[in-house]
Design a protein around this ligand. Structure first.
Ligand code: GLP
Length: 241
């Protein structure tokens, strides 16, 4: 596990976007796993800048997002589909048919989870998975629990996750209580993992992760077993130590 400590959020975003740029340059047909939340926004903006400067071509890239709120239509302003479209896809030359996000408003949820899992495999698996982390250690929406599910599944969100994500909604009651998320194995199968954590509130959970112990109550701790993980943090992490 490699840890890169950056000066600030802008630096973190630059470093993360450089890693993604290198991946696309080395393999223009690469499959990227993408994340939502506040943390990767700066990285996406940097990728857009690089595209506009002509140094990046997304035309052959395929993407799979980690998760989506259950019950939200892809056009809902707080859906992760809309987030991805607004914050990245509409600004770059990606083929929208090559972007994948679990569908949150389907009738047959099991079928959708199975379809999503198979689509990742059919694409040849994820080359680089971008991750954020919840303050409770969740990755995607794999919440701390006595057990962790391995494949894409429907999950009930923890109170702390609903509270944390309520900042993106008008009121807390509007936050969906369930979500579809890639499972731990779906994430773990990625060849490389890039986890971003910014700000003092993420420092304790990163410390926990770096202890090198495994616990289903810290879902991100599973990353200790992965052969290629880079964690990018900002100085707030050092200040916490
Ligand atoms: C959300 C997402 C995660 C994300 C996490 C942290 O719940 N499902 O994929 O990593 O929250 O979000 P933020 O970056 O806004 O702190």
């Amino acid at each position: 596990m490699k840890i890169l400590i950056c000066e600030n959020y802008e630096h973190l975003s630059e470093v993360a976007s450089n890693i993604i740029e290198d991946k696309i340059t080395a393999n223009p047909k690469c499959v990227l796993g993408l994340a939502t939340g506040g943390t990767p926004e700066g990285t996406y903006q940097r990728l857009i800048d690089k595209y506009k400067q002509g140094s990046l071509d997304f035309s052959s890239v395929t993407t799979f997002n980690l998760d989506e709120y259950y019950g939200l239509n892809g056009r809902h302003p707080q859906s992760y589909a809309k987030y991805m479209y607004d914050k990245l896809f509409k600004h770059i030359n990606i083929d929208i048919n090559n972007t994948n996000i679990p569908q949150g408003d389907v009738d047959d949820i099991k079928k959708e989870c199975k379809r999503y899992e198979e689509a990742i495999l059919e694409a040849g698996g994820i080359d680089l998975q971008l991750l954020g982390i919840g303050t409770n250690g969740h990755i995607g929406f794999n919440e701390p629990n006595a057990y962790l599910k391995t494949k894409t599944h429907l999950v009930k969100l923890k109170e702390e996750t609903i509270n944390a994500n309520s900042r993106f909604f008008e009121k807390k009651e509007d936050v969906p209580t369930r979500a579809i998320t890639m499972g731990i194995k779906s994430i773990f199968r990625a060849k490389e993992i890039l986890l971003l954590a910014s700000g003092p509130e993420k420092a304790p959970i990163i410390m926990e992760l770096l202890k090198g112990q495994l616990s289903t109550y810290v879902p991100a701790s599973i990353l200790n077993l992965h052969p290629s993980v880079t964690i990018v943090v900002d100085k707030a992490f050092i200040e916490y130590l």
